[in-house]
Design a protein around this ligand. Structure first.
Ligand code: FAD
Ligand code: NDP
Length: 312
């Protein structure tokens, strides 16, 4: 029987592993075997420079995650390169299955992250991370995007937030909205409408991304008239939502309407005592490596307290 099983291996999972191992909980981590289409180490393995993780002026995402993994192991965590298929949290000890193998644990930390939705447009695979990104706050400041016309797809709060952020660097930001209204909240709508660098293009559907080695344009279609045209842009950002990686939970934990795990405000405690959630799987707002690491720390400290006050 394990004290603590950590599911997921991004900044949240590894920070939890480091704290739990140092607290002598002997944690076992399932880092995933390309779970949810992402390599072990999580979303940062899919990017290049990370320039906003404290302690590093600039570090490659995969290098940062390799350092975290080594630190987890150095502190005494055990790591299995396996994907958890299902759990049973109806009673303690909790049960966790990876393939046919069953594991039991007195406490669980879920840190399985979220996956940004992609559009699968022609040109997307060729140009992904060569001018296309799903995280403006992460990538928008790269020299690559400076003083260019950039496009953001989406009409929700994220699209407004990302567009606003991009106006710091871009010459102009085009918000491409598929309907004739924004989904964003009123206050965010006003923020977009009042920003002279943002142009909102309603009824606009991206059709094909142009460029060989980097993004140079976007073919678009008007949803009403069906007329096609081309935008000259130097970068394309998707803000069409994220999918939290929670399907393996089989509905056993309380989720919000978008599928994120609900935690008690200010804590990582889920609706099941002894099961904690950290990182992007419970955070649809900030979605940053450092906030994920922060909640990973909280989850480990809360799990430690739980284990010290519950004998089974
Ligand atoms: P994730 O990083 O999503 O990792 C979760 C891990 O759990 C994955 O490896 C997944 O495979 C694994 N997993 C999922 N399901 C299972 C399962 N059933 N069993 C076992 N394992 C499972 N943030 C910044 O702060 N700065 C940046 O510069 C930055 N750049 C980014 C660039 C890109 C392209 C992207 C996509 C994101 C970027 N982010 C950045 C956001 C940051 O990566 C995330 O906020 C952060 O990685 C979330 O960490 P996490 O620990 O919650 O989960
Ligand atoms: P949302 O689901 O709210 O919005 C997604 C947007 O993308 C919608 O405008 C949607 O269009 C559009 N979209 C979806 N799929 C496609 C597609 N295939 N092609 C073109 N457009 C598409 O996601 P967000 O990430 O914006 O927000 C998620 C949650 O996080 C929300 O609850 C939001 O309020 C919250 N949030 C809050 C913030 C804040 O308060 N500062 C900041 C960021 C997020 P349509 O409307 O037609 O469906």
């Amino acid at each position: 029987m394990e004290n603590l099983i950590i599911i997921g291996s991004g900044p949240a999972g590894h920070t939890a592993a480091i704290y739990a191992a140092r607290a002598k909980l002997n944690p076992l981590m399932f880092e995933g075997a390309f779970a949810a289409g992402v390599a072990a180490g999580g979303q940062l393995t899919t990017t290049t420079e990370v320039e906003n993780f404290p302690g590093f002026l600039s570090i490659q995402g995969p290098v940062l995650m390799d350092q975290m993994r080594r630190q987890s192991l150095h502190c005494g965590a055990r790591i299995l390169t396996e994907t958890v298929d299902k759990v049973d949290v109806s009673q303690r000890p909790f049960k966790v299955w990876a393939g046919a193998q069953e594991y039991q644990a007195r406490a669980l930390i879920i840190a399985t992250g979220a996956t940004a939705k992609r559009m699968n447009l022609p040109g997307e695979d060729r140009l992904w991370q060569k001018g296309i990104s799903a995280c403006a706050v992460c990538d928008g400041g790269l020299p690559f995007f400076r003083n260019k016309v950039l496009a953001v797809v989406g009409g929700g709060d994220s699209a407004v937030e990302e567009s606003t952020y991009l106006t710091k660097f871009a010459s102009k930001v085009l918000m491409l909205v598929r309907r004739d209204v924004l989904r964003a909240s009123k206050v965010m709508q006003e923020r977009a409408q009042n920003n002279p660098k943002i142009e909102i293009m309603f009824n606009t559907l991206p059709v094909e991304i142009l460029g060989e080695k980097s993004v140079s344009g976007l073919k678009i279609k008007n949803a009403m008239t069906k007329a096609e045209s081309t935008l000259d842009i130097g970068g394309l950002f998707y803000a069409i939502g994220h999918l939290p990686n929670t399907s393996f939970l089989g509905g056993q934990l309380a989720l919000d309407e978008a599928g994120y795990i609900k935690t008690q405000p200010g804590t990582t405690q889920t609706n099941v005592e002894g099961v904690f959630a950290a990182g992007d799987v419970q955070d649809k707002r900030y979605r940053q490596a450092v906030t994920s690491a922060g909640t990973g720390c909280m989850a480990a400290l809360e799990a430690e307290h739980f284990l010290s006050t519950h004998s089974h």
